[in-house]
Each structure stands twice: as structure tokens, then as C-alpha cells.
Design a protein around this ligand. Structure first.
Ligand SMILES: Nc1ncnc2c1ncn2[C@@H]1O[C@H](COP(=O)(O)OP(=O)(O)O)[C@@H](O)[C@H]1O
Ligand SMILES: N[C@@H](CCC(=O)OP(=O)(O)O)C(=O)O
Length: 372
């Protein structure tokens, strides 16, 4: 695999001391390696950094265990500045500029905003700047949150059209069970396909500052793999971990990209967008859409759920009610319902046939890949 662009996500525990404050040694070890990736390997690097809440909480002298949501958001606002100051200083020592991108789930779900983020990212990278991304914790309420930076990092990898996603954490990969609970757990070195056993094995966070644990790392790896991006989960503490990954050494757990991935706008439809409604189709349409690269036409539609405008993203479900696809719909829900009624009255609707064009339609390879 030839890497030109990599997204490197660093978890809170990989940047902080046990008291939660930023650990200068940990930050400098990682930034030094990123500088070498840039200059010795020619990689363009996007950094997704957690740690704002942990760093801010420690600086404010607050207790993490009993913190309220507004306090957490306030701590993130303090900590984000501390994080950026630390990165600024470290990268500047090597003549590198950094840029801050704070995103919410809603920014990625909106196609226009997604494109603005992509263009900004592209411009920064073309100018040799290192984008440093985090969730915009201060504005992110439940409905518009990623909630964890693993998912954010996988979507940033789509935005950046990266070839590699690295998730650095406090453990050296995916194990057959959470090693903190099961000492007999073994590390899995390569994953070609995510299995239900792996998902069952992936538990929650491993430290007071972590969010999501291995579960969210698998969800991130799935999005990346299905979008043609390799993912490595590795320990940030392992000696020269990033350089060893760049050298192709077997470090951590390597999740291999699918050979025929979803790409371009379709990957945004599949994983970035949020569906506004659902279209129900008959068995013939399921067969045609899943096995042939065709558009969804009106004769296959049996029902409509929800409210949406033309141009919105909708889910597509078969007669069993299971969602198997997503796409950009050509009609509003109101017009679609009207067309279905007119069809039921026997009207032949030859001129209003194409409900979702095949270029805007994606079959979700795996149901748990749905970003619902
Ligand atoms: N099957 C598993 N394999 C490895 N680690 C696991 C597994 N299940 C749960 N974990 C936990 O996931 C933790 C890493 O996730 P997390 O605490 O969210 O870290 P980060 O802050 O780096 O995102 C590990 O410390 C480990 O205890
Ligand atoms: N946005 C939050 C981090 C959320 C998160 O996913 O944390 P982690 O599991 O440590 O990567 C922060 O900066 O504190």
C-alpha cells in the first residue's frame, strides 16, 4: 500500500499524565514522529487529537468523576487552547505550521459543509500545514455529536481521502477480549473482515480519560475499510510506533481495506450523511439494486417513511423492513406519496420514474456499517 496521506488519531490517555494534564513527553514523542513521517516519508499528515476535556479539567482543578455537561464543555474550551499551544510549539520547532479544525457530526452530514471542510483540508495540506482536528465539544449536543474521536477520525479520513488511518491508544491492538478483564486474551494482528465475534470482544474504555474503548475503534475501522482505507490500531507508547507503521512492520492490529470499496460521493452518502427518511421497496427492487448497478425506479417503490425534500439522503429498505442501501432521492416525500397514489389509480407514469439515480445510490455492504 502506498501512503501519501494519513490520518493519525491520538486518544486522551496517549497525551495525558495519570492526573489528566497534558504530558509534554508523550506529546513530543508523537510530534517528533509525525515530523519524520512528513520529511522522511513525504507523508501528508492530518492529526485528530483528543485530550481537550482531560487537559482542561486538570487545569481548572476540577474532578472528572463528578463533572456536569456544561463543565465538561467549558473544560474542553480551556483544554483545546492548551492542546493547540503545545502542538504549535512542538511543530514550530521543525518549521511546521498547524491549523485547528473543530467539527461536529452535523458538519459532516451536511453535503455543503462537508465540501467546505474538504476544500479547506486540501488547501492546508497543499500548503504543508498540519490540520489538527477535534470535535467541537462546546457546541456538540447529543443529536449532533460524534461522541468519540475514533468515529470522527474515520470520517476525517474520508474528507482527506487518506490511504491510512492510525488510531493510537493505550493498548497495542484489538484483542480476542478486553485484556484488562481477561488475561488469556490474545492480540489479533490482521483483520480482513470484521466478524461478530470481534464486535462482541470489543469492550468499553480502558482509562478514566478514554471514550468509547475498542468498540468505537472497530466502528471507525469498518467505515475506513469499506471506504478503501487501511486502519491500524496500535499503542502510542510503543517505540517509534508511527515510523514502524510507515515501514510496514507488523505493529498493533492492521485492518485491511476492502478490495472493491465505496468511494467518492458514495462514501459520504454511506457513512457521512444522515438519512432524513426511508423508502420501502419490493423484492424485485432489492434483487436489482443489490446485484446490478441500476437506479431505483418508481415501480419498485412500495412505501415512504418520514419527511424529506428532493436531494435529501434516504435509507432504502426491503420487504423485511431491513435497510440495505442509502441514496440521494429525486423527489420529496410528498411528491413520492402522490406518485404512488396516482400509480395505484392506474395512471402510467413513464416520465417520473427515477427515484434514486444509481450514481447516488450505495448498497451498505454490512448492516452495522450504517451510520444511523
Ligand atoms: N477486545 C479489546 N481489545 C483491546 N482493548 C480493548 C478491548 N475491549 C476493550 N478494550 C479497551 O479499550 C481501551 C482503549 O480505548 P479508550 O480507553 O477509548 O482509549 P483512547 O482514549 O485511546 O481512545 C483499552 O485500554 C482496553 O481496555
Ligand atoms: N473531544 C474529546 C475527546 C473524545 C474522545 O473520543 O476521547 P478518546 O477516547 O480519548 O479519543 C476531547 O478532546 O477531550
Amino acid at each position: 500500500m502506498k501512503v501519501r496521506r494519513a490520518v493519525i488519531k491520538v486518544g486522551s490517555s496517549s497525551l495525558t499524565s495519570p492526573d489528566g494534564g497534558l504530558c509534554a513527553r508523550k506529546v513530543s514523542r508523537l510530534t517528533e514522529q509525525m515530523v519524520r513521517l512528513r520529511f522522511e516519508h513525504g507523508w501528508q499528515v492530518v492529526l485528530v487529537s483528543s485530550g481537550a476535556v482531560a487537559a482542561g479539567t486538570e487545569r481548572l482543578g476540577w474532578q472528572r468523576a463528578s463533572i456536569t455537561l456544561p463543565e465538561k464543555q467549558a473544560a474542553a474550551a480551556v483544554g483545546q487552547g492548551l492542546l493547540m499551544a503545545e502542538y504549535e510549539r512542538r511543530f514550530a520547532e521543525h518549521g511546521l505550521l498547524i491549523a485547528q479544525l473543530l467539527l461536529t457530526r452535523a458538519d459532516i452530514a451536511d453535503r455543503k459543509r462537508f465540501l467546505h471542510i474538504r476544500n479547506t483540508m486540501e488547501t492546508l495540506l497543499q500548503h504543508g500545514v498540519i490540520p489538527v482536528v477535534n470535535e467541537n465539544d462546546t457546541v456538540a449536543v447529543e443529536e449532533i455529536r460524534f461522541g468519540d474521536n475514533d468515529t470522527l477520525a474515520s470520517l476525517v479520513a474520508l474528507v482527506a481521502e487518506a490511504q491510512l488511518l492510525v488510531l493510537l491508544t493505550d493498548i497495542d491492538g484489538l484483542y480476542t477480549a478486553d485484556p484488562r478483564r481477561d488475561p488469556s486474551a490474545r492480540r489479533i494482528t490482521d483483520v480482513w473482515e470484521l466478524t461478530p465475534e470481534m464486535e462482541r470482544a470489543a469492550g468499553g474504555r480502558g482509562s478514566k480519560v478514554g471514550t468509547g474503548g475498542m468498540r468505537t475503534k472497530l466502528a471507525a475501522a469498518r467505515i475506513a475499510m469499506e471506504s478503501g482505507i487501511d486502519t491500524v490500531v496500535a499503542s502510542s507508547e510503543a517505540e517509534d510506533v508511527l515510523l514502524r507503521i510507515a515501514a510496514g512492520e507488523p505493529v498493533g492490529t492492521w485492518f485491511h481495506a476492502r478490495p472493491h470499496p465505496v468511494r467518492g460521493k458514495k462514501s459520504w452518502v454511506a457513512y457521512g450523511s444522515r438519512a432524513s427518511g426511508r423508502i420501502l421497496v419490493d423484492a424485485g427492487a432489492v434483487e436489482a439494486l443489490c446485484n446490478r448497478s441500476v437506479s431505483l425506479l418508481l415501480p419498485g417503490v412500495t412505501g415512504v417513511i418520514g419527511t424529506f425534500q428532493e436531494g435529501a439522503v434516504v435509507e432504502i429498505a426491503g420487504p423485511d423492513g431491513r435497510v440495505f442501501g442509502k441514496g440521494v432521492v429525486n423527489f420529496s416525500d410528498r411528491d413520492l406519496r402522490m406518485l404512488l397514489e396516482r400509480r395505484a389509480r392506474g395512471e402510467v407514469l413513464t416520465h417520473l420514474q427515477e427515484v434514486v439515480h444509481r450514481n447516488d445510490l450505495v448498497i451498505l455492504v454490512s448492516r452495522s456499517a450504517e451510520p444511523s
